[in-house]
Design a protein around this ligand. Structure first.
Ligand code: SF4
Ligand code: SF4
Length: 352
């Protein structure tokens, strides 16, 4: 049976984090050696206290431990719209990674990966080949997500898809969260992390994944199985909400029973989910489409915060955002409610 080791760490104290991860490796029978690729959440260049990205101290503790295990450590991701170099600098990672001798890997290759999985698609273009490494170590940040409810271990491996190519998958899935969830599950299966280590010490609630409220949750969790880890966190933090990714895994027989080694993981009864709305009603297609257009929350601009930088225009996969006469416009008939605009806006100027 899969094991999840879950605990409480109240602050970014390197020895405590390192000790927890070592304990997690022991409990789950993991032996990590060789060439490893660490895949954090590096969505955009934000300071650690914004809780958008995996905390640099969390990563340094993990990397030190991997070095103790004589691993050769690489680290990479494909940020939303900025270069990896810029994200690392803004997030205060660069000096630490240089000091620890980590090889930086921007996910900018064109690697075709094939799978006969749970989505209707069988070919995915990755920015890096996970098969080149002895181990993939997935290090997600615990955050809310406007479209998918939460972003945890499975959603974090979507970062293997190159920057703007992510938008193409949003466009294909459109407003169908179940379809997008199946795409995420397939991508996660291809990436196949050896272990998933969740940074929820400082997580994000509310209007995530970029502009929510940083929340001192004190949660850390580790599992070889990302689907199980996501399910545990969702059940503990927001059991009443819809979780399309784990639902997809459950329906396809991928979410198997698991054992929790609970080292004191806190409960967070007041955890705030994003104000999104379910879209997967069991109705005939035309009716469903019409209802979705009315009922699914629309992204809305906040002119007070908007600096007209144009990032939302660039990332919108359905070209539904434009800037005219120094004002942001949404074409809601084209909008597929993927919330990429809200996710990528650096100035908290889009709400759902
Ligand atoms: S809404 Fe955000 S991303 Fe879009 S133009 Fe304004 S500041 Fe830039
Ligand atoms: S306007 Fe925003 S929510 Fe709508 S399709 Fe574009 S990026 Fe997605």
């Amino acid at each position: 049976m899969e094991k999840i080791v879950a605990g409480q760490i109240k602050s970014y104290d390197p020895p405590t984090i390192k000790a927890f991860i070592e304990k997690g490796f022991q409990e789950t029978g993991l032996s990590i050696t060789g060439r490893v690729l660490v895949k954090p959440n590096l969505l955009s260049g934000k300071a650690p206290e914004r809780a958008v990205t995996t905390h640099p101290v969390f990563l340094s503790a993990l990397i030190e431990l991997l070095k103790d295990h004589s691993c050769t450590v690489c680290l990479g991701d494909s940020p939303g719209y900025e270069s990896l170099e810029r994200v690392l600098k803004a997030g205060q990672y660069t000096d630490m990674l240089t000091h620890l001798g980590v090889t930086i890997v921007p996910f900018t290759k064109d690697v075709i990966k094939r799978i006969d999985g749970v989505s209707p698609y069988h070919e995915f273009l990755f920015g890096e080949d996970p098969g080149q490494y002895d181990h993939i170590i997935n290090v997600p940040k615990l955050k809310t997500h406007g479209m998918m409810g939460m972003t945890l271990a499975v959603k974090n491996t979507f970062g293997f898809v190159r920057g703007f190519a992510k938008g193409r998958w949003h466009l294909r899935a459109g407003i169908d969260r179940a379809l997008f969830a199946s795409i995420l599950v397939d991508i996660h299966s291809i990436a196949m992390p050896s272990v998933n280590i969740l940074d929820g010490i400082l997580g994000m609630s509310g209007n995530g994944p970029s502009n929510g409220a940083p929340s001192e949750l004190g949660i850390i969790a580790l599992s070889r199985n990302g689907l199980a880890l996501d399910d545990l966190i969702e059940q503990r933090l927001c059991p009443g909400a819809e979780h399309p990714v784990t639902e997809c895994a459950r329906m396809n027989g991928l979410l198997t029973p698991y054992e929790v080694v609970d080292l004191g993981m806190p409960s967070v009864p007041s955890f705030a989910m994003p104000p999104s709305c379910a879209t997967d009603w069991n109705l005939p297609s035309p009716l469903k489409k019409a209802l979705r257009a009315i009922m699914v929350k629309k992204p809305k601009g906040n002119p007070k915060n908007c600096r007209l930088c144009g990032i939302c225009v660039r990332v919108c996969p359905s070209h539904a955002v434009s800037i005219r006469n120094d004002t942001l416009h949404f074409d809601y008939s084209a909008c597929i409610r993927c919330y990429c605009c809200q996710e990528m806006c650096p100035h908290d100027a889009i709400r759902v």
